[in-house]
Design a protein around this ligand. Sequence first.
Ligand SMILES: Nc1ncnc2c1ncn2[C@@H]1O[C@H](COP(=O)(O)OP(=O)(O)OP(=O)(O)O)[C@@H](O)[C@H]1O
Ligand SMILES: C[C@H](N)[C@H](N)CCCCCC(=O)O
Ligand SMILES: [Mg+2]
Length: 209
Amino acid sequence: MRTDLYVTGTDTDVGKTYVTVQLLRELAAAQRVVGMKPVASGSERIDGVLRNADALQLMQASNVDADYATVNPYAFAPAIAPEYAARDAGVEIEVSVIRQTFDTLTQRSDLVLVEGAGGWLSPVTETIDQADVARALGIRDVLLVVGMGLGCVHRARATARAIEADGFRLKGWIANETGGDDPDLNNNLQAIERNLGAAAYRYFRYEPI
Ligand SMILES: Nc1ncnc2c1ncn2[C@@H]1O[C@H](COP(=O)(O)OP(=O)(O)OP(=O)(O)O)[C@@H](O)[C@H]1O
Ligand SMILES: C[C@H](N)[C@H](N)CCCCCC(=O)O
Ligand SMILES: [Mg+2]
């Protein structure tokens, strides 16, 4: 029974990629793991083709080879909501395409970590939500990356409630400091643990590069 995970966040820019890369690196020690970024906006053209930094980082942290288009089937240039980026590019995002590329990855790996775009309720298109993508991939478990800081308790609780209301299991949550210390870190960790009913799966301090 596969345990592929859909990695979401309490918002964009909270550390989904950062955390997924760390997890891939750790998990690679014991199994064949690969990251996937189905839909990505904020990509740049390299040698004439669009490449997204998230997807490239996930590929680098994986120990399973896959070509770029399989890891990131939908890449858009502007760093805006994928729904608008796809519309402006005249591209119709199809869940079946994402499922096909996901199947390619599952055939050659033990575990796929799928990074969503933005937060859990960030639309993929006008009619497709992150939940629809995860469901189409047959994924049941969601990992929530919580960007720590003032307001994170609400964002974590609201996102967890939405994930479970959509019929998914909150596999765990990861506390992440994206930019400097959270002055109320311990209070926030305790408040989130109390409300999400699960201890922080992991906690990543802010590691300035
Ligand atoms: N614990 C950390 N220590 C240091 N830098 C971090 C940490 N977490 C995140 N960052 C940095 O903060 C920025 C945002 O993180 P990241 O790109 O992982 O967010 P994201 O949730 O994946 O964003 P998006 O919604 O665009 O996919 C990146 O530059 C990342 O390297
Ligand atoms: C461009 C950015 N870094 C993300 N890739 C996309 C964020 C989408 C947010 C959509 C929304 O919920 O408003
Ligand atoms: Mg990311």
